[in-house]
Design a protein around this ligand. Structure first.
Ligand SMILES: [Zn+2]
Length: 197
């Protein structure tokens, strides 16, 4: 059994020319960043939405806002939550398709790194991530950056009667998962701070 979800997200380019641009977890050199409370990785936000939609849910802003409020601006952490929700529900990501509408930057030089980064985040091979880019031919809003993302989920446990995995539709269970993630981030920060002296 398969499920498909579509995700979209958009951010304006930031006024601050020094703000870094992150796309799919890849830092883009010599490009103006996007505005947002988090790192504004518009591709990863669209990915989270696609994964949520495939699950038949829409919890992205709930956990992104909660993590952001805790000072977690790295959108890769949001994808980790989305992926854990996919896997807790008994699915795994099969492939991801991404279309980017933006006049700038050029996506071609970023393609290999973005495929690798997105693939690693959702646990698939780089050749299971397809990326198209279009400038919009002048028909889209030039100041915005808009990715459209589709993710296909593959059933891993629903046919297995031994499986104890199920839908995470219990709010307590969901909050518990978020707490564990935040604890992990805190621990990692403490370790990094200790290592940095
Ligand atoms: Zn966003």
């Amino acid at each position: 059994m398969f499920r498909i979800g579509m995700g979209q997200d958009s951010h304006r380019f930031a006024a601050d020319p020094a703000r870094p641009l992150l796309l799919g977890g890849v830092r883009v050199a010599d490009a103006r960043g996007l505005d947002g409370n988090s790192d504004a990785d518009v591709v990863l936000h669209a990915l989270c939405r696609a994964l949520e939609q495939a699950l038949g849910e829409d919890a992205f802003s709930r956990y992104a806002d909660a993590l952001c409020a805790q000072g977690v601006a790295d959108s890769r952490e949001y994808v980790k939550v989305a992926r854990s929700r996919v896997e807790a529900a008994g699915w795994r990501v099969n492939n991801v398709g991404l279309t980017i509408e933006a006049r700038t930057p050029k996506i071609e030089p970023l393609r290999v790194a973005m495929k690798q980064s997105v693939a690693t985040l959702v646990g698939i091979a780089p050749d299971a991530v397809g990326i198209n880019a279009t400038s919009g031919e002048g028909m889209t809003l030039m100041r915005d950056f808009v990715p459209h993302l589709a993710a296909m989920l593959e059933d891993v446990v629903h046919d297995d009667p031994e499986s104890t995995l199920g839908w995470c539709d219990d709010q307590t269970e969901f909050e518990f998962g978020l707490d564990l993630l935040l604890e992990g981030i805190e621990r990692r920060r403490a370790t990094e701070a200790a290592a940095a002296g």
